[in-house]
Design a protein around this ligand. Structure first.
Ligand code: GDP
Ligand code: MG
Length: 444
């Protein structure tokens, strides 16, 4: 469900956990990536803009509580704002004890009304309600049969009248029997669009049946169009809940989820498959946690804590000075690197070094190269990372294969590492002298 959005959100937050410095630049980058991920999930541009603006403002202006790190703080802001965005808290359909509590389903053709009735019947039967279904879709051929089959499958009573083409007459026909049930779930006809015919029919049924709950069923694959649809249906029959179906089958579900939430009609369930148990209650905090992989994130934060903190970044500067800098450090640096080379940032923290004017792109690595190097570093064993001297020709070959790059790339990376290390050793001497002797990688 929303796998793509989820994985890009996770990636974005992963980056945050690995950053050495969370500064305005990092936050801008985070916001940009959030925007990209949400837009890809088809969330409305204006909504995305409002959301990310808020995240940015909070990230820049609020101060983290003492007990949490800045990373945890930022991730928490993203979590809170996304949750707010989807409707804050879980809201449930309150089933009143009256016989029957009438639920009417409305929605366009193929949105999943009938299927969802099967799912709801099962859901409420399991919770000890006596459920019956009523088929008022008199237009679609075989609609009654579909509802009958589903009802049989989940073992609830089904009322249909195949020959009758007037839905109100069908409703009236069984009226005396409804009192034997706790919940009556009513199927209605859809159209391709919200036509005046459909509006009239819904208005009439709404008036005569007077349902306790009117659920709009919307398919997630319509993306942002969900908002207009929800608003139109709301106008015609005052819908009280929304169920978004087909969450399993589309990358655009962000559109329907966010669009519905802003109409004020609460999403109560989501459909995540064709089978009768593919229904979930919709709980924004839980949903967002899963989307962001909060479990993963906690683990990541743990790792980040172990790996590097801002204070430790200063230690890294010292490591540089002592020449103890290894490939893990380089890896951390590369992870931390966005456009500007953070090695130069680390250097800024080294006393005496900030005055030296580095050529602007001296320690910068081109973006494409960085990606390849990351693959390479991922192919290294822990031992090799700690002690790059171990890496001989046969290891280079293995590493290149693992990373899917030519061996020359591996050699390049090692060269970069050696040069960085050499630079650090020289810094033990006078920075001035060093500047004369040392040729920075990438310098002509
Ligand atoms: P109706 O015209 O609104 O009654 O829509 P149906 O209930 O007949 O559903 C239309 C199609 O959507 C059927 O093929 C269903 O199996 C399918 N469908 C409904 N809900 C879901 C869902 O949550 N996930 C998936 N993948 N398919 C669904
Ligand atoms: Mg149907």
């Amino acid at each position: 469900m929303l796998d793509k959005l989820s994985s890009s959100l996770k990636d974005t937050l992963k980056k945050i956990t690995r950053l050495v410095f969370i500064d305005e630049r990092a936050i801008n980058e985070l916001v940009k990536e959030l925007q990209r991920a949400l837009l890809q999930a088809d969330v409305n541009v204006q909504l995305v803009f409002n959301l990310t603006k808020k995240i940015k403002e909070r990230a820049l202006n609020e101060k983290p509580l003492k007990s949490i790190t800045q990373r945890e703080f930022i991730i928490n802001i993203v979590y809170e704002e996304l949750t707010n965005f989807l409707g804050k808290e879980k809201s449930e359909i309150i089933i009143e004890r009256k016989k029957p509590f009438k639920i009417m389903m409305v929605g366009l053709y193929g949105s999943g009304k009938t299927t969802t009735i099967g799912k709801l019947s099962k859901y409420y039967s399991k919770r000890n309600y006596k459920v019956a279904t009523l088929g008022l879709d008199v237009h679609r051929p075989a609609a009654p049969e579909q509802l009958e089959q589903l009802s049989e499958q989940v073992k609830v009573k089904c009322f249909t009248e195949k020959k009758e083409k007037n839905p109100l007459k069908v409703y009236k026909k069984f009226e005396s029997e409804y009192k034997n049930y706790d919940i009556l779930i009513i199927d209605t006809a859809g159209r391709d669009a919200l036509s005046s015919d459909l509006v009239k029919e819904i208005e009439l049924l709404n008036k005569e049946i007077n349902p306790d709950e009117k659920i709009l069923v919307i398919s997630a694959d319509i993306g942002q169009a969900a908002q207009a649809q929800a608003e139109q249906f709301h106008k015609s029959c005052n819908i009280s809940s929304v169920i978004v179906t087909k969450m399993d089958g589309t990358a655009k579900a962000g559109g329907a989820l966010s669009a519905c939430a802003v109409t004020g009609a609460k999403i109560k369930f989501i459909g995540i498959g064709e089978k009768v148990d593919a229904l979930e209650t919709f709980n924004p905090p839980g949903f967002v946690s899963r989307l962001l992989g909060m479990g993963d994130i906690e683990a990541l934060l743990e790792k980040a804590k172990e790996a590097i903190s801002e204070e430790q970044a200063k230690d890294l500067g010292n490591k540089f000075l002592k020449g103890e800098f290894n490939l893990i450090d380089l890896y951390e640096q590369m992870e931390a690197m966005s456009k500007m080379g953070p090695i130069s940032k680390v250097l800024e923290m080294v006393p005496g070094f900030s005055q030296i004017k580095l050529p602007k792109d001296a320690l910068q690595v081109q973006e494409g190269k960085l990606k390849k190097w990351r693959f390479i570093l991922d192919s290294l064993t822990k031992k090799e990372l700690e002690d790059p001297e171990l890496i001989d020709s046969s290891r280079i070959e293995r590493i290149a294969k693992g990373a899917g790059v030519p061996t020359s790339e591996v050699r390049d990376l090692l060269k970069q590492y050696k040069q960085a290390k050499k630079l650090m050793k020289m810094m033990k001497g006078s920075p001035d002298k060093m500047m004369k002797k040392f040729k920075f990688p990438g310098m002509k």
